[in-house]
Design a protein around this ligand. Structure first.
Ligand code: ISC
Length: 356
């Protein structure tokens, strides 16, 4: 399996390679000129890094989520934290100081963990468990080999309902997520957590940066654009998020990949102003690879969907190695301990899938 995207509405499984692209703009141009009919794969967090995009030899669309495949046992994993609690807290404190000094409005800081498998690591099995653990049938898998020798045999797999962009011909939808609270232990605590999130000025501010960014970039492309002013709440099994459904109509024929390239990385994974946020992330974290990028597909008829690459792990089956990231949006009122705990809750998606 080279590529899989499971979504509640429409899913795609793809295999084989007819053409490969490290430059996403070349892939978008090939789609627009109808030299290829379909492109699938992953975009890295940093636009300067190579993408892992292919025109697959075989592709099958499914109505609704993908079915679960036959389960094989996973190996056991030994875990180590790449970023310690103290390091993450210190990074958050630096970011808060810069935001309070007016250098930045928001920046998303992530930490990484690494896991070593004691047996065969099968990406299809990890994908299956991510899908089984999701609430609404959301999961993705993208072979990263097309990005070059550094990624030979590497696979990105994750599960998160945040859709960067979906296009159906001229119709365009975005579902930005930002602002988080962990799920409550009882039904009453869970409901109270969601209500507190909706009422949180800090989380509303964090969320507004993302909605404003998307609206600003979509507006020039659209003849109609609907941007709700009040967010809603949505859950994963681990956390509640604020999210906003944005809908529009594209003024000119374009591909979903072109729209994704215009929008990503949004301030749900990077920050505002984008250049200052990107520089802060590079300085405090180092390279992110494909975490915070996007995974999806686009066809030459203007259809496609690109997910925000979050709640994910990069799998290196030949080395039995897994690296996962989780981050959070930092604004002026962010608290370093709460931010660390938020990343712990977000890691739950990948760790539960790996049985850790
Ligand atoms: C950066 C991540 O989540 C983003 C998506 C939703 C909520 C977020 C937040 O509340 O900080 C983040 O912007 C991550 O999962 O690593």
């Amino acid at each position: 399996m080279r590529f899989a995207l499971s979504r509640p509405g429409r899913s795609l499984l793809a295999d084989g390679v007819d053409a490969a692209f490290t430059d996403p703009h070349a892939a978008a141009a090939a789609l627009a000129a109808e030299r290829v009919g379909l492109v699938v794969g992953a975009l890295p967090f940093d636009h300067a890094d190579p993408a892992a995009l292919v025109t697959p030899a075989d592709a099958t669309f499914h109505a609704g989520p993908l079915p679960l495949f036959a389960g094989r046992p996973l190996p056991r994993f030994n875990r180590c934290d790449v970023t310690t609690r103290a390091e993450h807290r210190a990074r958050v404190a630096v970011a808060v100081a810069r935001i309070r000094a007016g250098e930045l409005g928001k920046v998303v800081l992530a930490r990484a963990i690494e896991l070593r498998a004691d047996g065969e690591l099968d990406p299809a099995e990890v994908f299956d468990r991510l899908l089984a653990g999701s609430q609404d049938g959301d999961a993705y898998l993208a072979d990263l080999s097309a990005a070059g020798p550094e990624y030979d045999g590497a696979v990105l797999a994750g599960s998160m309902p945040e859709s960067l962009v979906r296009t159906e011909g001229s119709r365009v939808f975005c579902a930005p997520f930002a602002g988080t609270v962990a799920r409550g232990a009882t039904e009453a605590q869970d409901r109270a957590a969601a209500e507190a999130l909706l009422a949180s000025a800090k989380d509303r501010e964090e969320h507004a940066f993302v909605v404003d960014w998307i609206a600003e970039r979509l507006a020039p492309l659209c003849s109609e654009l609907e941007v709700p002013t009040v967010p809603q709440v949505a859950s994963t099994p681990q956390v509640w998020h604020l999210w906003t459904p944005i809908r529009g109509r594209l003024a000119r024929a374009t591909t979903a990949l072109d729209v994704a390239l215009t929008l990503y990385p949004t301030p749900a994974v990077c920050g505002t102003p984008a250049d200052a946020a990107r520089a802060t992330i590079a300085e405090l974290e180092g390279p992110r690879g494909f975490y915070g990028g996007s995974v999806g597909w686009a066809d030459s008829d203007g259809n496609g969907e690109w997910m925000v690459a979050l709640r994910c792990a990069e799998l290196r089956p030949a080395e039995g190695r897994v690296r996962a990231w989780a981050g959070g949006g930092i604004v002026a009122d962010s608290d370093p301990d709460a931010e660390y705990d938020e990343t712990t809750a977000k890691f739950g998606t990948v760790l539960r899938a790996l049985g850790v």
